[in-house]
Design a protein around this ligand. Structure first.
Ligand SMILES: [Zn+2]
Ligand SMILES: [Zn+2]
Length: 345
């Protein structure tokens, strides 16, 4: 089968690999009908994910049809349409039992697919702990609608869930890339008083203004005045940092009001500075990244109810055979691309 492979730093290639087989009673094999490229794939390509293992098939955002299941899998069966979770988790360890599935202590726990084990930019993928890793897609939800459930939507949902947002809050979201927009959609479900989105890319700002007219969209150079006009207590009540750019960690704590919650969702390519003397007395609560992706069922239910719609994010679709072209477009952000969907054979 075709599989997009992490050969070495800076080098991904479309290669032929044998079709995966069940390796454990808790595995499932899924035929990938639709997958996507995530910025985290680019982080692997740039060598910023030390855990990533050369030789693996990349890709951790996908949906498909169950092909076969191991003897201990009963929650899904062959023929089921499923969303695949970015995270692998056993469901039984200390962390899993508390919902902290990102820290599952199983050897494959956490982000394994497309990082430490073969992922889904391929015709088929083996999913360990399939009972946790797969969620059946409701009947009237399409593969396109469900595509981001297990990764960027799970991330946005988790970020909104842990950020202690109330209806009185002004929420600042830094970054309106695909994960930023998924975060925005999930923050909207909490009905805060106001949402401000800050983004430097004019295309992405336009997208936010057109799709979500109730949201205040600001470029970084006008953020300070936007915050001054809209936040009475010296900053946002809640800040979600989803940009991961050079200055955005600093912006996150600077534009937070005293005693705010600052949730860092971004995956940085470099170390960040936490200047504690400067922020002394601000009494901030920081929550840091690493999605606990265990809300896929709730997310799919919200999609089925029409409360979350991420289909406008899919700006381009390519067949898997043309994945190199798709990466080139995504990586160089050409043609107003937001997300690329790759169709399986
Ligand atoms: Zn991702
Ligand atoms: Zn676990």
């Amino acid at each position: 089968m075709l599989a997009y492979t992490y050969v070495s730093q800076g080098n991904f290639q479309l290669t032929e690999k044998p079709k995966p087989e069940l390796a454990d009673a808790k595995d499932a094999i899924v035929r990938v009908t639709l997958s996507s490229i995530c910025t985290s794939d680019l982080h692997i390509k740039h060598g910023a994910v030390p855990r990533a293992v050369p030789g693996i098939t990349v890709g951790h955002e996908m949906v498909g049809i169950v092909e076969s299941v191991g003897s201990e899998v009963s929650a899904v069966k062959p023929g089921d349409r499923v969303a695949v979770n970015v995270e692998t988790f056993c469901g039984e360890c200390f962390f899993c039992k508390r919902g902290y599935v990102n820290n599952c202590t199983d050897e494959n726990g956490g982000w394994a697919l497309g990082c430490r084990i073969d992922g889904g930019q391929a015709e088929y993928v083996r999913v360990p702990y399939a009972e946790q890793g797969l969620t059946v897609i409701p009947e009237h939800v399409s593969f396109e609608q469900a595509l981001f459930t297990g990764d960027i939507l799970a991330t946005g949902y988790w970020a909104a869930r842990i950020s202690e947002i109330t209806r009185e809050d002004t929420v600042l979201i830094l970054g309106a890339g695909p994960t930023g927009i998924c975060t925005l959609l999930c923050v909207m479900l909490k009905h805060p008083k106001q949402i401000i989105v800050c983004e430097k890319d004019p295309d992405r700002l336009d997208f936010v203004r057109k799709q979500y007219p109730d949201v205040i969209a600001a470029a970084p150079d006008s953020l300070e005045s936007t915050i001054r006009e809209n936040c009475r207590n010296g900053g946002a009540d809640v800040v979600l940092e989803v940009a991961g750019a050079k200055d955005t960690f600093r912006m996150a704590w600077q534009y937070a009001r005293p005693n705010a919650v600052v949730t860092v969702v971004a995956l940085y390519e470099e170390d960040q500075v936490l200047p504690l003397p400067e922020m002394y007395g601000k009494n901030l609560t920081f929550k840091t990244g690493g999605v606990d992706g265990c809300d896929c069922r709730e997310i799919l239910a919200l999609i089925a109810e029409g409360k979350i719609d991420t289909t406008p994010l899919i700006t381009h679709t390519y067949p898997l055979e043309q994945i190199e072209e798709a990466y080139d477009l995504f990586e160089n952000r050409r043609d107003h691309v937001i997300k690329v969907a790759l169709k399986g054979k």
